[in-house]
Design a protein around this ligand. Sequence first.
Ligand SMILES: C[S@@+](CC[C@H](N)C(=O)[O-])C[C@H]1O[C@@H](n2cnc3c(N)ncnc32)[C@H](O)[C@@H]1O
Length: 474
Amino acid sequence: MTQRSSKPSRPRGPHPPRRRTGPARPPQEDPARLAALDTLRAVRQRDAYANLVLPGLLRERRITGRDAALATELAYGTLRARGLLDAVLTACSDRPLSEVDGSVLDALRLGAYQLLRTRVPAHAAVASTVDLVRAELGSGAAGFANAVLRRVTGQDEQGWVEEVAPDEDTDPIGYLAMANAHPRWIAQAFAEALGSRGEPLRDALVADDARPSVHLAARPGEVTADELAAMTGGEPAPYSPYGVRLEAGGDPGDLEPVRERLAAVQDEGSQLCALALTRVPLEGSDERWLDLCAGPGGKAVLLGALAALSGAGLDAVEKAPHRAELVRKAAGDLPITVHVADGRESGLPAGSFDRVLVDAPCTGLGALRRRPEARWRRQPSDVAPLARLQRELLTAALELVRPGGVVAYVVCSPHLSETVGVVADVARRTGAERLDTREFFPGVPELGDGPQVQLWPHRHGTDAMFCALLRRPA
Ligand SMILES: C[S@@+](CC[C@H](N)C(=O)[O-])C[C@H]1O[C@@H](n2cnc3c(N)ncnc32)[C@H](O)[C@@H]1O
């Protein structure tokens, strides 16, 4: 990291800031920023999920319309950009961020995000943040925040990237990671999956840093994608015959077709992976389908509806009881039998299913757009234990499927250890045949050399889902 020497000396702040004993200012003064700040705090202190905390705060405080949109943009944007913001704040502060009071740091991140990544005028971004700090921690901390943020105003985002990122020529992955607010190890994993550290990696990280559109899946047999698009103001999705893409904000759970169970919120990539399993031709019986990792039930509902139309039935296994309950609720009157069990030893009869989905637990590196804080929470050490579990679940699936039957191995991650690494290893040990999965994603462009399929936000507008189809030898 380059340290500037020609700029004014870095601000000195109180050590540590004094917390006010009196009540904080009431939220109505700046409800959007206060809701965003409280979300950042919940994520930092309680490891909370922002997309669960913020909607609750907005409801509880009756924040709607433009204020709700601003709170969402600020909270999610700040959480996504944390690595970049911290690098900039480090360059602007007189002490390590680890020594800055957590509440002040939340506010500094919120202020820096507004300065670097929004059109909020600089004076408003600084003043509103300083007000929030003063209300909670008093004037000493507010003075410190003011000095740090004024220094941040010294240059725009690109200027700061050039200053705090590694050199682009000697470390292109490190540079792109910082420029697009991703941890380096995740950018490295994307580069390995793409086979590139140049333009494709840049495109992938840029798309992964943008706000995703909401996708709906029309319930097969109930409503068509065209009808659902007309009901919701969305557009039929480009690849899934059941998909609709929505650009509008708001809570999609409030949409009438979703409340009426005519549709569900589901990424188009997830729809395509579940559909691919149903598209493989089978010789012989085709009546018993299995979802081995079913909670909370997104793919189980799509498969269950298709099973109902074709006269088949679906068994759904889920290890976590509360998630199994979500599958039961989502299933409604579909022909789905839910089992609370470990998929590795489910007790279901071996060789008895025609089609099996293994939508395995994974790092979720393919859905970082939808979970603002996830990229900074995940660690490289998470990968190996998950890959072990994934291999065990896929092996179990290949025992549960009948000879000649088909298994879809799906993860929401492009990390090679969770994708091709798992499939190659299990196929070698079990003798399962790897099908050309691309054939079962009709009309989807840029699927590479196969035989597996890796979807990407920058290529397909979906989450970075991975799918491999395997057939148990007859
Ligand atoms: C990626 S999620 C599945 C998402 C689901 N298919 C959907 O579309 O909604 C993986 C699920 O596997 C469950 N799980 C974790 N370990 C498991 C195991 N050993 N056996 C079965 N399920 C497991 C997790 O609780 C989680 O609900």
